[in-house]
Design a protein around this ligand. Structure first.
Ligand SMILES: CC(C)(COP(=O)(O)OP(=O)(O)OC[C@H]1O[C@@H](n2cnc3c(N)ncnc32)[C@H](O)[C@@H]1OP(=O)(O)O)[C@@H](O)C(=O)NCCC(=O)NCCS
Length: 215
């Protein structure tokens, strides 16, 4: 028996999630909610845009999955939905069918793990986290709520990725380092030290680009 699922934000990430669901899932995706694409007759990859985000109240039996690519945007949408009466139990979790989640690893509610993600041991993935294809999460890594880890990232053992942080494609982080909350690590970077909250770092080795949060 499948449950109805609505993807919130008709983004590229949402289309990737839909492709995963179409490979076989406990969820039956019935469409999208999106503020900018909620036009009469609008469809995305063959499914309807059912309305704006606040219209989640019209679908009380459907699970939801917030598919904005940036964690800070996901959190803002979740706050809006909470104000409209959507509780945490409404959120689905989607893990690609060939991703193995070993005993001792946890995946939080509302999170998305795409194809080729590897979790080795005691990996903790928080809520509304997005892990894109071919990411390697080694022992004792922690991804706090709303973190986003782009394709091809590799984390050494014991790395902590703070809430709302964004790790660009192909970046790597040395073991036992912390990426601060809402920080950004540029694509291809090699992080050797802790990265403070809200900063943008990039390069090999990674250095600060700016002390402001990315927009
Ligand atoms: C780090 C990042 C956020 C900076 O973006 P930005 O603020 O628009 O920065 P700019 O492109 O204006 O570049 C600013 C400077 O940083 C350098 N820079 C930017 N990204 C870099 C990176 N990943 N590695 C090394 N240097 C980088 C630029 O060369 C430029 O240097 P300069 O001032 O000497 O010319 C962005 O480049 C990045 O890596 N984003 C992640 C992209 C990604 O992974 N997308 C996945 C989508 S699924």
């Amino acid at each position: 028996m499948t449950s109805a699922l609505v993807l919130v934000a008709a983004s590229g990430l949402a289309r990737e999630v839909l492709a995963v669901l179409r490979q076989g899932s406990a969820y039956d995706c019935i469409g999208f909610l999106d503020d900018s694409q909620a036009l009469p007759g609008a469809t995305v990859d063959g499914l309807p845009v059912l309305g704006t985000i606040e219209e989640a109240w019209r679908l009380p039996d459907a699970h939801l999955l917030v598919c904005a690519g940036r964690g800070v945007v996901r959190r803002a949408i979740i706050s809006r939905l909470a104000a409209a009466g959507v509780g945490p139990q409404r959120y689905a979790t989607v893990v690609h069918p060939r991703v193995e989640v070993p005993d001792g690893c946890r995946i939080g509610r509302g999170s998305i793990l795409l194809a080729g993600v590897v979790l080795t041991a005691a990996v903790d993935v928080g809520e509304h986290v997005v892990v894109m294809p071919n990411v390697t999460l080694t022992h004792d890594c922690v991804l706090e709520d709303d973190a986003t880890v782009c394709a091809g990232v590799a984390l050494g053992g014991g790395v902590v990725v703070g809430s709302g942080a964004y790790l660009g494609m192909g970046s790597t982080v040395r073991e036992n380092r912390r990426v601060g909350s809402r920080a950004t690590l540029g694509m291809g970077s090699v992080l050797l030290t802790d990265l403070p909250d809200d900063q943008v770092w990039a390069g090999v080795p990674a250095r600060p680009l700016t002390a402001r949060a990315p927009q």
